[in-house]
Design a protein around this ligand. Structure first.
Ligand code: ATP
Ligand code: MG
Length: 573
């Protein structure tokens, strides 16, 4: 492709709104342009990368026995009402009406559409297992679209759905998809980790997220080098560092007598840090009380002062679908308490108290007293306040150890590029999608769903494969293989050699981008670095001797090569 014939609007300067490397380089290299918040056009170079990713995905999906289909983006509301998600999905679902006023949604995901299709068309166990996939645009009205393709409101997803006759069958389908995902991400050149993930309100069943390791990732992943345990922070379990967990009631600071509860003045002391300083106690001697509303019910969650409440774990422990922080007004009305000074002692009976296991062993604790500028000391769990439900509701933290092998855990940031999920019969039950087994019984399909953020994956690849000057494409994803530059287009010797190389390479099946612009050499080199094709070939002064200059984008140095040997070099590079 000749530069002059295509559209590669490179930018010299960083766009002011692009915070991450992938976002700014994809804009600067002319791969994408924004049309609205979280809505992007793919320009010719960007589209070529996307097509490469899609090709890899199709190959690996087909290898794994999945079959491609394409479902509509426009879904009648009735479809989503049947699964109950028309209401449950919330504001992320883009909704619209047709000319007759009938409600529709733009597909955010396709469990409903596929379950309805397969429910109508597959009636017998003989057609199972069946895995269908598609590569398609999804719409989600994200609260915070950001980082370019990383979190869009319109984005490209590969989604697959497996249908099996039994749970064992689902295990096999799941494993095949899991392995295919690992192969896809490896071929895309990603450093990634598969981690155990939260299965949300479906609960109980397997789910893994594939995370590309990156500092700009929104997820935190917990990993044990000792045994390989890896989980999303949302559900990662851990053993506390020193001093925890301690046996119930143990006196850990030498005092033998039971603690006495005292109410003390703590003027303007609200946060754990302020309390630690004011009282001179360690934060792990304090119990933090967090007021929330779970499915409309008031809840106070208790974690140690040096811990963070993990809302995903709490939701799971309570079996709640929704969890929100309580407003200050509700704190006053429902708890009879002052925000900033909430404590577990004497809470009204209708307030559920959920406590983290680490609190159980605290011999005495400092807690809020419910009134402004007051705390209580010497408080002992289950003597001085009730706990309705105990569980692990804290987030794992630096210094914690692995529950399986005791080794220290490490923490990394990750970008979720894929997600595999055992749905079980959630959708086939709610949508009454059944098949007949070999004895003629009608049974719901046992389903799995499997997603890859295709456009997000491209951003993750750029995030992992760039330097100060621009992108460094892994070979399989690069929009072209060779970046051909002619220094002096007006010099007939240079022009002729460059034209010949362009022709010959293309004839040999090599994808070439030929920068035939009347631009300064410096600008062409800068653009070549920015765009990041694996091999740069420059035709310059030594064209008369049949010599060109080559550089691999991943290497700092260039070298000279006889033009006649270029094809062999490109083939083997
Ligand atoms: P997230 O937690 O990032 O919002 P999700 O759990 O909503 O992701 P899924 O519904 O599992 O995502 O979608 C499958 C895949 O689609 C994700 O693993 C991710 O790679 C991608 N994806 C999800 N939302 C977006 C988005 N707004 N923009 C781009 N890719 C997305
Ligand atoms: Mg999401």
């Amino acid at each position: 492709m000749r530069w002059n014939d295509t559209l590669i609007p490179t930018l010299r300067d960083d766009p002011s709104d692009a915070e991450t490397n992938s976002h700014r380089f994809m804009l600067r290299a002319g791969l994408i342009r924004q049309l609205a918040a979280g809505v992007y056009s793919y320009l010719p170079l960007g589209l070529r990368v996307l097509r490469n990713v899609e090709r890899i995905i199709r190959e690996e999906m087909d290898n794994a026995g999945a079959v491609e289909a394409l479902l509509p983006s426009l879904h009648p509301a009735e479809l989503w009402q049947r699964s109950g998600r028309w209401d449950a999905y919330g504001d992320e679902l883009m909704r619209l009406k047709d000319r007759h006023g009938r409600p529709f949604a733009l597909g955010a995901t396709h469990e409903e559409a596929i379950t309805s299709l397969v429910g109508d068309e597959v009636k017998s166990y003989k057609k199972l297992p069946l895995t269908l996939y598609q590569i398609q645009t999804k719409f989600r009205d994200e609260r915070r679209p950001r980082y370019g393709l990383m979190r869009g409101r319109e984005f490209i997803m590969k989604d697959a759905y497996s249908f099996d006759a039994s749970a064992e069958g689902l295990d096999r389908s799941y494993k095949r998809m899991y392995d295919a995902y690992a192969a896809i991400f490896a071929r895309c050149g990603l450093t990634f980790r598969a981690v155990e993930a939260d299965s949300g309100s479906i609960g109980g069943t397997d789910t893994h997220e594939f995370m590309a390791l990156s500092d700009v990732g929104e997820d935190t992943i917990v990993h044990c080098r000792g045994c390989g345990y890896a989980a999303n922070m949302e559900l990662a379990v851990s053993l506390g560092g020193e001093g925890s967990p301690s046996p119930a009631g143990a006196a850990d600071s030498g005092e033998g007598a039971p603690p006495v509860v005292r109410e003390i003045e703590t003027p303007n002391v609200r946060t754990i840090a302020e309390l630690t300083r004011f009282l001179g106690v360690e934060s792990r001697r304090i119990v933090k009380s967090i007021a929330l509303v779970a499915d409309g019910r008031p809840v106070v969650a208790l974690v140690r002062g040096d811990r963070e409440l993990n809302e995903t774990k709490l939701k799971r422990l309570l079996g709640a679908d929704s969890l929100d922080m309580m407003t200050e007004t509700d704190v006053a009305e429902k708890l009879g308490s002052v925000a900033g000074y909430i404590g577990p002692v004497g809470l009204p009976g209708n307030v559920a108290i959920a406590a983290d296991e680490e609190i159980r062993g605290m011999p005495h604790a400092v807690v809020g007293a419910g009134a402004a500028d007051r705390h209580r000391t010497g408080v002992r769990p289950e003597r001085d306040f009730r706990v309705d439900v105990w569980g692990d509701i804290r987030s794992a933290a630096e210094g914690d150890r692995c529950t399986r092998c005791g080794e220290p855990l490490s923490f990394d940031k990750g970008i979720e590029i894929g997600h595999v999920f055992k749905l079980g019969t959630k959708y086939s039950d709610s949508m009454r999608a059944t098949f007949l087994d070999d004895t003629g019984r009608s049974l719901p399909y046992v389903m799995g769903c499997y997603g890859i953020g295709v456009s997000r994956l491209v951003a993750a690849v750029v995030e992992q494969h760039c330097d100060d000057a621009g992108i460094v494409w892994p070979a399989e994803l690069s929009p072209y293989r060779v970046h051909l530059i002619v220094i002096q287009k007006k010099d007939p010797v240079q022009a002729e050699l460059a034209e010949k190389l362009y022709r010959d390479l293309r004839r040999s099946g090599v994808d070439v981008l030929f920068d035939d612009r009347d631009e300064r050499a410096g600008a062409k080199f800068a653009d070549a670095d920015l765009i990041g094709l694996p091999i740069r070939v420059t035709v310059g002064k030594r064209a008369a001797d049949g010599i060109v200059e080559c550089r691999l984008r991943s290497e700092p140095d260039s070298f000279e090569l006889e033009a006649g040997k270029l094809y062999d070099f490109v083939r083997n590079a």
